[in-house]
Design a binder for this molecule. Structure first.
Ligand code: BTN
Length: 254
């Protein structure tokens, strides 16, 4: 049972569940049934949580997993920049809940790190009926609040292990508040101010990085983000490439 109900602004329509396969799947089902923007599916536990690129996401009780349904009247490409809005809001929220002196960092495209270890991830799933028509966007967010996996190819951590809160509802509440502010900025001014704020908190900008795609790895310098959130990679030969999807490997992070 979920004990603490978060206090959320009226925009949010909270469905608090004990156990579900995946909050993203539940949000998809509700989107198909006509659920409105602001529908927020929060589960104490997921049995089939998923991450980016088809990976599993572990969601034991005590950690935070939720999905927010949005229906922005924009193209799928523009809607994808909402992942950066969510990342920025999550970073600000997490910083409020970490002890003084510890700060989160963003890792392209949708990870949140503390001291180089992954604390949270975001999975965007769009329901589109064509390249220019978006039906809905689901922002699925998983935060390691009390527990983190130790069997991953990269280091992870939890808020509790970092000396922060162990209260998943407090994290959801802080995120929800920040997200509405950042969403208003995005609606009023577009992606540019979000991109600038995101880059100011991002790890690896200006540094040599490797981006692993499905069948190839690209090396270069992380030069920034383009207007759709693709990673700009400067190669040694002076060419620049915009990478829309992949796994980013940064110096000093496993
Ligand atoms: C990643 O880092 O690969 C993204 C992880 C996203 C996990 C969250 S947990 C809530 C929502 N439901 C899911 O099945 N996945 C997302």
């Amino acid at each position: 049972m979920i004990l603490t109900e978060p206090r959320l602004a009226p925009f949010y329509r909270l469905a608090a569940l004990d156990k579900i396969d995946s909050t993203n799947s539940e949000a998809q089902r509700r989107a198909a049934a006509g659920a409105p923007a602001g529908t927020l599916i929060w589960a104490r536990q997921q049995t089939a949580g998923r991450g980016r690129r088809g990976r599993a996401w572990q969601s034991p009780p005590g950690n935070l997993c939720f999905s927010l349904l949005l229906r922005p009247a924009v193209t799928p490409a523009v809607a994808a920049t909402l992942g950066f809005v969510a990342g920025l809001a999550l970073a600000t929220a997490i910083d409020q809940l970490l002890p003084a002196g510890r700060r989160s960092e963003l890792k392209w495209p949708n990870d949140l790190l503390v001291e180089g270890r992954k604390l949270a991830g975001i999975l965007l799933e769009a329901g589109a009926s064509g390249p220019s028509r978006l039906d809905h966007l689901i922002l699925g967010i998983g935060v390691n609040v009390v527990a983190y996996p130790t069997d991953l190819p990269y280091p992870a951590t939890s808020l509790a292990a970092c000396g922060g809160t162990a209260d998943a509802a407090a994290v959801l509440e802080a995120f929800a508040e920040r997200f509405l502010d950042d969403l208003r900025t995005w609606q009023a001014a577009g992606f540019a101010p979000i991109r600038a704020a995101w880059l100011a908190r991002a790890r690896g900008v200006g540094e040599p990085v490797v981006v692993r795609l499905d069948h190839v790895s690209l090396e270069g310098r992380f030069a920034g983000l383009d207007e759709q959130g693709a990673l700009l990679l400067d190669a040694d030969d002076g060419t620049q490439r915009a990478v829309t999807a992949g796994d980013l490997f940064l110096p000093g992070i496993g």
